[in-house]
Design a binder for this molecule. Structure first.
Ligand code: ADP
Length: 639
């Protein structure tokens, strides 16, 4: 039979699998059992609505068979099975799981290590069988199919696939174990005691019975008597099929029965993460709706998190039957990064998945989980700040979008979870902390927008605020200004953009002085306005600046930051979303004074100076010159 090649990425992974030294090859069994259990979940769910399945809940099982003499191990299930096409696409490709896509972002040395780490920690599913087997054979018959198929591979160069008779629906994964070597013992995986140990260690919570022939020694009466007339006893080995796992899912266990470490191990395996989650949330609720849940807040975003491919949701079980792999209705959008399991005996099972989405009980659970997640994040923020900041750097943007989304419906839930870079403290602060550190005379919560916190803290507009000793929040994410807009204020303190016209820092007297300066310098200001040829709405004298000559600010609703954001979006008319720009001049600055003098002696040179100053202001506000060479020539005319 002609061999088919594995897809390129699968081949690379296989190489890694076969040629690396694994400290943790034991995990292959867990992977096969977990696949078998998933396949049973699927058929069991079907059986609720489809009588043709013909199996009772109590009929489902996973069976492990070992043949010590031949060095063969088989994991069988009576789950949903695979069609020939499914075998080709599921067992011939691995990129789907995303493991390699993630690894490809790394350099080769890192990738090698990451690959090993990944396999070592949680395996890569089915492929891990090649760590212990020289040949892997999969015989499967899909539910509803007339016949079965057989897939076989020795790992290195492709696989074969052919029709194969299997009387019942389900899957057998058969491993021909590698021969033992001086360093490595593979035959141990055909020893019942070892297999039993592995099931207990890694797969005890699997909800379906894992059946195995277990050897037991028993004292038996030989029927003979010794010289004293006492019956002669002998030891006999009895082989008996037993269920070797306890079948109690980890989320059904108390804190005593399942430690946080156990839950974390479960998370890493089930949700394919190499890092410990930052939080484990357990809920055991009784009341209107009873349910148990085990939730995790990941420490890092899956590689596809901020793409359309990421599907949020919690695994939903009812009475131990998995109803949905990812039930999005259990999680509010703002917490879509949370992973985990919800199990409730109260959900009506005979309703379709669509109807389920509107289930009142689900809504109740969802509302409760929202509170629990919020409470846990708040606790982390207060009690384990380092961990919280780690979380926030990854998912903070999600929380901010959550404040802005749904017309601000979730703002009360989320506001106290937000953190911002503080320009003064050089660390992340919450709004509560910012306001608590405000003196009684500070009116506003000041913020400065830029690409990075360093750039925001150095904006010329911040000079006056800093001179007062006030802190400034650095807004560096797209959503930040929109969040400030939606919130309007925090604890009665309004937000104020340092780039806006009135920073509320001047006394009436100072304001009068500023107006006077504006009036006295009207000619100069008009001259500049004309020289920059309509590129700003207004030119004003400012007292905001100390060491800088100029800065750019905006009047009205649309800020410079919003303009930048909208211009990056497709389908937005750039003219409609333009900030009303104001060029602010520091009249005391030598550069501005030099320009003023040049107005009388060399007006052309003064015009060039005005245009250079505007370009400086734009540059500092993050708008580079549209025509850099023309700008460069302009600067050269001044020498
Ligand atoms: P993952 O479990 O992460 O999807 P695997 O490589 O372990 O990755 O398995 C690939 C796919 O092959 C599974 O998603 C499933 O569709 C299918 N599969 C594997 N084992 C079985 C099985 N015992 N019964 C039915 N389908 C299976």
């Amino acid at each position: 039979m002609a061999k088919k090649q594995f897809k390129a990425e699968s081949k690379r992974l296989l190489d890694l699998m076969i040629h690396s030294i694994y400290t943790n090859r034991d995990i292959f069994l867990r992977e096969l059992i977990s696949n078998a259990s998933d396949a049973i979940d699927k058929l069991c769910f079907l059986s609720l609505t489809d009588e043709k399945v013909g199996l009772d809940r109590s009929d489902f099982r996973i069976r492990i068979t070992a043949d010590k003499e031949r060095g063969v191990l088989m994991v069988s299930d009576n789950g949903i099975g695979m069609t020939r096409e499914e075998m080709e696409s599921n067992l011939g490709v691995i990129a789907r799981s995303g493991t390699l896509a993630f690894r490809d972002g790394l350099d080769p040395a890192q990738a090698e290590k990451a690959g090993i780490d990944m396999i070592g920690q949680f395996g890569v599913g089915f492929y891990s069988a090649f760590m212990v087997a020289s040949t892997v054979t999969v015989v499967s018959r899909a539910y509803g199919a007339e016949t079965g198929s057989k897939w076989e591979s020795d790992g290195a160069d492709g696989y074969t696939i052919a029709e194969f008779d299997r009387p019942e629906v389900g899957t057998d994964v058969i491993l021909k174990l590698k021969p033992d070597t001086e360093e490595d013992c593979f035959s141990v995986y055909a020893q019942p005691w070892k297999l039993q140990e592995l099931v207990k260690k890694y797969s005890d919570y699997v909800r379906w019975p894992i059946r195995m022939d277990v050897e037991r020694t028993e004292k038996v009466d030989t029927g003979e008597k010794d010289e004293n007339g006492v019956p002669r006893m002998d030891w006999k080995t009895v082989v008996e099929e037993q269920t070797v796992n306890s079948m109690v899912p980890i989320w059904q266990r108390s804190k005593k029965e399942a430690s946080d470490a156990d839950c974390i191990a479960f998370y890493k395996e089930k949700f394919r993460d190499t890092e410990d989650p930052v939080a484990v949330i357990r809920v055991n609720a009784e009341g209107m709706v009873s349910y148990r849940c085990l939730l995790f807040v990941p420490a890092r975003a899956p590689y596809d998190y901020y793409t359309r491919d990421y599907v949020p949701g919690l695994r939903l079980y009812s009475n131990g039957v998995m109803i949905m792999e990812k039930c999005a209705d259990l999680l509010p959008e703002c917490f879509r990064f949370v992973r985990g399991v919800v199990d409730s005996p109260d959900l009506s099972l005979n309703i379709s998945r669509e109807l389920l989405q509107h289930d009142r009980q689900l809504k109740l659970i969802a509302a409760n989980l929202e509170k629990k997640i919020k409470a846990e994040l708040q606790r982390l923020m207060e009690c384990d700040r380092e961990k919280y900041e780690k979380f926030f750097r990854v998912f903070g943007a999600q929380l901010k979008y959550g404040v802005v989304g749904d017309y601000g419906m979730k703002k009360d839930l989320l506001t106290d979870l937000l953190l911002y870079d503080s320009a003064r403290e050089k660390k992340l602060v919450s709004l509560k902390e910012y306001v608590a550190a405000m003196g009684p005379e500070q009116k506003y919560i000041y913020f400065a927008s830029a690409e990075t916190a360093e750039k925001a803290a150095r904006l010329p507009q911040t000079e006056q605020v800093r001179a007062h000793g006030y802190d400034i929040l650095c807004f560096i994410q797209d959503a930040d200004e929109f969040v400030a807009e939606i919130l309007g204020e925090y604890q009665g303190k309004r937000f104020c953009n340092v780039a806006s016209q009135d920073l509320g820092l001047e006394t009436d007297e100072e304001k009068a002085q500023a107006e006077k300066a504006q009036e006295e310098n009207r000619e100069l200001l008009e001259f500049v306005q004309k020289a920059v040829d309509g590129r700003v709405e207004a030119v004003k004298a400012t007292r905001k600046l100390k060491s800088h000559a100029v800065c750019l600010s905006s009047e009205g609703e649309i800020t410079l930051e919003m303009e930048r954001y909208f211009h990056g979006m497709p389908g937005v008319d750039p003219k409609a979303m333009r900030a009303r720009r104001v060029l602010e001049l520091n009249l005391e600055h030598p550069a501005v004074r030099a320009m003023d003098q040049a107005r009388n002696t060399d007006p052309q040179r003064a015009e060039a100076m005005a245009r250079v100053l505007l370009a400086q202001a734009e540059l500092m506000a993050g708008f580079p010159p549209e025509d850099p060479s023309a700008y460069s020539e302009l600067v050269c005319t001044l020498f």
